[in-house]
Design a binder for this molecule. Structure first.
Ligand code: UDP
Ligand code: MG
Length: 338
């Protein structure tokens, strides 16, 4: 939604935790893959909005191995725009990796992500920031009037959004919209793979983030073509399973593997008892039934599962300790020295 200039930002920190000019207030991250026709207008419109806000900002364009003249176009712009920074990746790593590179190089208190093809509208950024100032940690754009292929994109994505919301327990109408704003500390420690940038709000909500959705404008693509087809839906759904698994069981994988092992062992016990009952009560020969095979299989599976659970526990320990990660996230520390 379009908001007029926001003079209330002048000389005020966005997040309330830093003095306004001692660090950057805002980093805008843009993934760029073969967008040569869009870059000039994108920069013009983006900088018009950001200049109006009167906050310190940087724009980080991540060139994701474009094989057109996107990098040249970005360089042209950067020669006159000091706040435009370019991260040039060695090859095409995909949108998620490009966003991750942008996050890693961002220094702002708040990170806003936006597509390079002007399907998102930079005019929506002030409203996202306004919500951050109200105290939200994640502000998610919602393309209510989406301008993509109705059936192939919009319908499929509506189903996908419903599914992701149900499975993750974080109800959002539009996971796929790149235009979102995050407080920097929420992104700390988030590592993204595959198609997972759309799941950042889910990770954030596990850390106790406050999330809000804001309706944003959406335009048809101006120049170039979409980099995605239907196959992305399957990747997103597979990633969702991974995210779900990591959510509940990442800290204690033995609960999943061990739980399955115990279940399998219970089956083994039942099948053995049944086999003995048939033998002793009815005199049925054991090898005339599939029960010995079932007992042996379920016994093996239960042993393997429990052992795999122990292995997974070791992996998790290694992971947490090597990354110096904790199993908790602190919101604020009071009366601690910075
Ligand atoms: N993009 C990227 N790397 C890729 C594919 C896409 O950086 O491998 C960028 C692309 O330049 C654009 C954004 O990701 O800024 C979204 O891509 P696209 O517009 O093709 O997706 P759609 O809007 O069709 O979902
Ligand atoms: Mg697009």
């Amino acid at each position: 939604m379009t908001t007029p200039a926001a003079p209330q930002f002048r000389n005020q920190p966005i997040t309330g935790c830093h003095a306004p000019w001692d660090i950057l207030a805002l980093s805008v991250v843009i993934p760029v893959f073969n967008e040569e026709g869009n870059i000039a207008l994108l920069c013009e419109r983006l900088f018009r909005v950001l200049d109006r806000l009167a906050i310190t900002f940087e724009v980080i364009a991540v060139n994701d191995g474009s094989n057109d003249r996107s990098l040249e176009r970005l360089r042209d712009q950067a020669s006159s725009l000091a706040q435009l920074r370019i991260v040039d990746l060695r090859r095409n790593f995909g949108q998620t990796a490009a966003l991750m590179a942008g996050i890693d190089h961002a220094r702002g208190d708040v990170v806003v992500m936006i597509d390079a093809d002007l399907q998102n509208d930079p005019e929506d950024i002030p409203e996202l920031l306004e919500k951050i100032r109200e105290g939200y940690d994640v502000v998610s754009g919602w393309r209510q009037d989406r301008k993509d292929a109705p059936l192939r994109r919009n319908f499929v994505s509506r189903i996908a959004n419903g599914l992701i919301s149900r499975i993750s327990g974080v109800p959002l109408a539009d996971y796929g919209c790149t235009l979102k704003a995050y407080r920097r500390d929420i992104l700390q420690g988030v590592r993204l793979y595959g198609e997972m940038h759309r799941f950042i709000p889910i990770y954030a909500s596990w850390m106790g983030a406050k999330i809000v959705e804001v309706r944003v404008l959406h335009h048809p693509r101006r120049s170039g073509k979409s980099k995605y087809g239907l196959e992305r839906v399957f990747k997103v759904l597979l990633d969702l399973i991974v995210v779900k698994f990591l959510d509940r069981h990442f800290v204690k994988p033995i609960y999943v593997f061990g739980g399955f092992g115990v279940f399998s062992f219970a089956l083994c016990v039942m099948s053995t008892l049944w086999m003995l009952y048939l033998k002793l009560a009815d005199g049925v020969s054991m090898i005339l039934t599939p029960l010995p095979l079932i007992s042996a299989m379920t016994f093996l599976v239960s042993c393997m599962s429990i052992l795999m659970g122990l292995l997974a526990e070791m992996l998790v320990r290694t992971y947490f300790e090597s990354q110096q990660r904790t199993a908790y996230a602190v919101r604020t520390l009071i009366n601690f020295d910075r």
